[in-house]
Design a protein around this ligand. Sequence first.
Ligand code: BES
Ligand code: MN
Ligand code: ZN
Length: 508
Amino acid sequence: MAAMLKIGFASPTVEKTGTLVLFVGSDLEVSAATRKLIGTAGVGTVKRALSAEKFKGKERAVLVIPAPQGFDVDRLVIVGVGNDDEQEKADYVRLGGVIASTLGSANAAAVLLDGPPKWRTDAEAAADIALGMRLRHYRFDKYKAKKRDANDSDKADHPITVTIHVEDPVAAKRVIRARDAVGTGVELARDLVNEPPNVLDPVEFAKRAKELEKLGVEITILDEKQLTKIGMRALLGVGQGSEKESRVVIMRWNGAKAKKGSKAQPVAFIGKGVVFDTGGISIKPAQGMEDMKGDMAGAACVVGLMHALAARKAKVNVVGAIGLVENMPDGNAQRPGDIVTSLSGQTIEIINTDAEGRLVLGDVLWYVNETYKPSFMIDLATLTGAILIALGQEYAGLFSNDDTLAERLHAAGQATGEGVWRMPLGAAYDKMIDSKFADMKNTGGRFGGSITAAQFLKRFVGDTPWAHLDIAGTAMSSPETDINKSWASGWGVRLLDRLVADYYEDRD
Ligand code: BES
Ligand code: MN
Ligand code: ZN
């Protein structure tokens, strides 16, 4: 959804404007640039307001002051940035979200990126603030006939022009291009997850992914005939009770500088795209089943990520692959007790048709590994309810056969606020999915449900470095945060974009 914010950058000379946003640390000092701008009388007004409201400059605390007569602006917004330590570790994206929430009915706002000494005022910080403002303003209301409340900036639909005043606006304008690529990628992922399941079936989802062609992403859509020929029977078994045809979409972005003779090995991202999960014959209870429209959040993240990487022309070769199916009960649906032969040749006994995500991913992981020989594979899936029991909605579960990859994901999580928590894998867990009748079964019982699901996937990745992110808790039914008010969070796009940027792109 297009935000109603128009964000630009300019030098620290601030024009007359509606709302002026300033930053104050816990020492409550007014910075030099701010002093220059609002003058001695202005500083007096601010100081009086700070003390009257007992404002302590705490991180993300906000004070809105209607400007007295004689001021060029209508409102002053003071945003707390905390003490030295907090300033050094500040999350500028999150802060952008906080700022966006203070704009009220303003039509124009100026943000003066200045503050205490430890406070960053560089182009990256400015662009991060802009990204946070934009993500905060995201709404999914295309199916609402009624209009929004114009006096609540969290709901406003009037255009707001924001200017971020920064030392080097030219540099900020350069950095914002990459941030906008990521912002659009997050919004795309949120849109896909929020869409209702009668609109977003596998065919429509594939069509939306195909739009990435405009950015230079190569798209291959495999239909049921091709999937049958390839032998993805585990994936097809999940979709066999649905009227809707299954699809696998392969997205390729080749941004690495071509090296002489050899093509640089790609990295690969794989997403679970169950467009609706009824559970199949092992049908789910009615309560909350509507949430299962979000069971394609892994696939949505991969599409959002491919958008981000292509739009910012990331210098890396990437394969994105998504398995799109609908899990329905039907006279032709898969049964508990069925045995299917996966693409890998390994046979699977279906114990519970509601453990369908692993069946989809097993085939796609195997296919990607064999076809593209990637240097690593990361899959994302709303795979288990058990991960919500283990980690709540704070962290995604991380399972990996490679410590370096796991550590890098952890670092990217810390940097973006999209945190991952590593969970164990091991032979004892693996044994829990051995089957009496086939090579494995698709559930391992109630205990350690997220772990046995990950062990299942591990049987399809060979020796390739691999990480599995169980995002059932982080991608949907999201608690509101400073940068997201929507049901879908778009979780993972910023994390994986950061992972790629920090570790896998060619350097100039
Ligand atoms: N899509 C669900 C997992 C899920 C649950 C996602 C809640 C988001 C929120 C998955 O396909 C599923 O049904 N898993 C089962 C596995 C069980 C049958 C072994 C589960 O978690 O109960
Ligand atoms: Mn299920
Ligand atoms: Zn599912």
